[in-house]
Design a protein around this ligand. Structure first.
Ligand code: BGC
Length: 735
């Protein structure tokens, strides 16, 4: 195609600077005089939203709308996700899109995050695994992924202004790790910087994020672009590692040229940034293909992914599956006007939209009542719904969030359904107790208000264009539900560990809960939750047994058997518990999983490969991830609260993580550490300083110098104190 270096040499400084900003909303600048075209970037993440302008009015070209990321992840099926992303890649090729703006891998500190629907999970390992599969699939079709939004962008409230205050370990383990996992496995062509500031510096001009972490630590070699209008100080951004400002046309080239004149932006830096822009253009052109999209096939894939993402939260007395001979009442406007995606930049125009009412109607005798309009239930709607419910064998209510409750741009105000919807549920149950509640939302909802009354509760997410058909397949048992929660459903919002700190003050949000978000918090505190992380019922049952570990291969194996009467898929989840660590760790962390489809009576041996970070954590004083020697419990289960088998393993690490107590540390520090404990204990014994001594407890808190000062008060002379000091020092020096 073209040689990046040769082109760079032909460009003037002005031309290089021009490359560093988009041409318009969705194009990068090429170099027309040298025949280098402008390439197209577009959202993402769950399909191609090719729009002629910045308008979010549905004017985008129709394309297959796959389930939103939250739903994709609930399938726990990276292979299927990879296929969906490959299909999106094909549609990008057909629509001449070079880079898709996704996937997003930000965290879910709270169920209220307005964009939680666009992110995979509260767990960084799962988010990373899903994103990695997505990037692999998309890029296998010669289309670039854009991993976003780097980093610490976990809220919509004041997203352009807020400063996220995050300690290094939390940042690394929870919020950088999903990016890191993708970089290790399937590096994306591009990364998008976030709107907000992190630890005082805006993400798109932060040397800490862009240089220290992204380039030096994660070894990212692709292009870094800004989020749309995220650039505050153009010169600072490009100096500190940003390659491309989006969108264009930029009007700040002069600022950058001035920085170049003064030498603040060096020649090397300018060539590096411009070179990366040219490299991306070349990458897109080199991979350009003519693709004829098989829209039917893609629609079916969207249906399959939506079906696999459905989580059966509750199913009392095997209420589901439904039977064709039952007379069904379908209630809820979402049945006719599907709630299939979220609001904001990911909002697409579907190629073909399947609604639940038609899909259910194809399988049974159905009556319908709209029940509500958006969040409101009128008296007439309530009455009509109750009438329809009374006459049916089974009632299926479709409810959930609306765009006014959950969208990019703002955070949710609470976790509840709209009050009118709750009123509708109560009225329906009185009319007919056989109620199935289907929830359409992009993140956790509070279900406790109706949990006792609903016979079945189905979390159907924002399922994309195939959602209606997918729901019908699962409700009628054509497919056993196999989705699992990728985020905890707390009983009430107040139980969430960020309840007091989210969304922060006008200026700052402090991630004070640290590592303890989601199940890392609820499980460490042993608190009850409504539905735990990893939870999801099936129409069949599974037995997990024979957990074993192969230390050489770092592989875990177990046998899974479908002990029920219908085919079904189980997600085997491996959590790791660290018995003891220098720095406090959560109760356990997900480190591997696999989804297995089994016929009734069928068994399969499942092998789970542990990755490089399985036992490791971020050790602040080493400034890196490291394994700490010790005992770890492997916990195999079907949710973080349903552990079926456990196994202790010993890990020998080459890294000494423990900080050696110093001569200035406390008696307790010395006694807690197996290296210093014998040294100090010998002296304590020699001094006959017994635990029964009234000062013993107090002395535990003494730093060593204070202990030495105390020795004369125990009836010894100063020489004895000096002898103890010299002895401790010489023994310590020898360690
Ligand atoms: C979003 C990005 C998106 C971009 C372009 C921004 O508002 O934060 O995720 O890719 O717009 O639409």
């Amino acid at each position: 195609m073209f040689d990046v270096q040769a082109i760079l040499e032909q460009l003037t400084t002005e031309e290089k600077v021009r490359l560093l900003c988009g041409k318009d909303a969705w194009h990068m600048h090429g170099v027309a005089r040298l025949g280098i075209p402008d390439i197209t970037l577009t959202d993402g993440p769950h399909g191609v939203r090719l729009s002629g302008s910045m308008a979010l009015d549905g004017s985008a070209a129709p394309a297959t709308v796959f389930p939103v990321e939250a739903a994709m992840a609930a399938s726990w099926n990276p292979a299927l996700l990879e296929q969906a992303a490959a299909a999106i890649g094909d549609e990008c090729q057909a629509l001449d899109v070079g880079v898709l703006l996704g996937p997003g891998v930000n965290g879910k500190r709270t169920p209220l995050g307005g964009r939680n629907f666009e992110y995979f999970s509260e767990d960084p390992f799962l988010s990373g695994a899903m994103a990695s599969a997505f990037v692999k699939g998309l890029q296998s079709r010669g289309v670039g992924a854009c991993l976003k939004h780097f980093a610490g962008n976990e809220q919509e409230t004041r997203r352009f202004l807020i400063n996220a205050q995050i300690d290094e370990r939390t940042l690394q383990e929870l919020y950088v790790e999903p990016f890191a996992k993708v970089m290790r496995e399937n590096p994306p062509w591009t990364v998008m910087g976030a709107y907000n500031a992190v630890n005082g510096v805006h993400a798109c001009q932060s040397p800490d994020l862009l240089q220290r972490i992204l380039r030096d630590q994660l070894r990212f070699d692709g292009l870094v672009m800004s989020d749309w209008v995220a650039v505050k100080d153009k010169a600072a951004s490009h100096i500190n590692g940003l390659d491309l400002e989006m969108p264009g046309p930029g009007e700040r080239d002069a600022e950058l040229l001035a920085a170049y004149e003064t030498g603040e932006l060096t020649d090397d830096a300018l060539n590096d940034r411009a070179g990366r822009v040219l490299t991306l253009i070349k990458q897109v052109l080199d991979n350009k293909e003519t693709v004829i999209v098989d829209w039917d096939k893609h629609h079916e894939l969207a249906v399959q992914l939506a079906a696999e993402s459905i989580v059966l939260l509750k199913n009392d007395g095997k209420h589901l599956p439904l039977k064709a001979e039952q007379k069904l009442a379908v209630i809820g406007d979402f049945g006719r006007n599907p709630r299939f995606q979220g609001g904001g930049s990911s909002h697409m125009t579907p190629k073909r939209l399947s609604d639940a009412l038609s899909a259910i109607g194809q399988r049974a005798d159905v009556t319908f009542a709209e029940g509500y309009t958006e969040t409101r239930v009128s008296p007439e709607q309530l009455e009509a719904a109750v009438d329809v419910a009374r006459d049916a064998d089974r009632v299926i209510l479709l409810t959930g969030t609306t765009d006014s409750m959950e969208s990019e741009g703002f955070d949710r105000s609470d976790m509840k359904l709209a009050p009118d919807h709750l009123r509708l549920i109560r009225a329906l149950v009185e009319a007919n107790p056989d109620l199935t509640v289907v929830l359409h939302s992009g993140s956790a909802l509070e279900t406790r208000q109706f949990e006792p009354f609903a016979s079945a509760i189905v979390q159907a997410w924002l399922p994309g264009e195939g959602g209606g058909e997918a729901l019908a397949r699962v409700l009628f048992g054509e497919l056993s539900p196999s989705g699992k929660l990728t985020e905890s459903f707390p009983i009430r919002l107040e139980h969430n560990p960020t309840f007091e700190t989210f969304p922060g003050t006008r200026e700052t949000v402090s991630y004070d809960e640290g590592l303890f978000t989601g199940y890392r918090y609820y499980d460490t505190k042993h608190l009850p939750v409504q539905y735990p992380f990893g939870h999801g019922l099936s129409y069949t049952q599974f037995k997990l047994e024979g957990l074993s570990y192969n230390p050489d291969q770092r592989q875990v194996q177990c046998k899974v058997t479908n002990t029920g009467n219908v085919a079904g898929a189980e997600v085997v989840q491996l959590y790791i518990h660290d018995e003891q660590s220098t720095y406090k760790r959560p109760e356990h962390e997900l480190k591997a999983f696999a989804k297995v489809l089994l016929q009734p009576g069928e068994s399969q041996i499942v092998t789970l490969q542990l990755d490089a970070h399985a036992f490791a954590y971020y050790v602040p004083h080493l400034d890196r991830f490291a394994e700490e020697s010790g005992r770890f419990e492997l916990r195999l289960g079907t949710s973080s609260r349903d552990i079926r088998e456990t196994l202790w393993v010993d890990i020998e690490s080459d890294t000494e993580v423990r900080l050696l107590p110093t001569m200035g540390d406390t008696v307790q520090d010395w006694l807690n550490d197996s290296r210093t404990a014998p040294i100090l204990q010998a002296e304590i014994d020699r001094l006959a300083f017994k635990e029964s001594h009234p000062m013993y407890g107090i002395a535990l808190g003494f730093p060593i110098p204070q202990l030495l000062q105390f020795i004369p008060h125990m009836g010894y002379d100063d020489a004895e104190a000096e002898r103890v000091r010299a002895h401790l020092q010489s023994q310590w020096d020898a360690l």
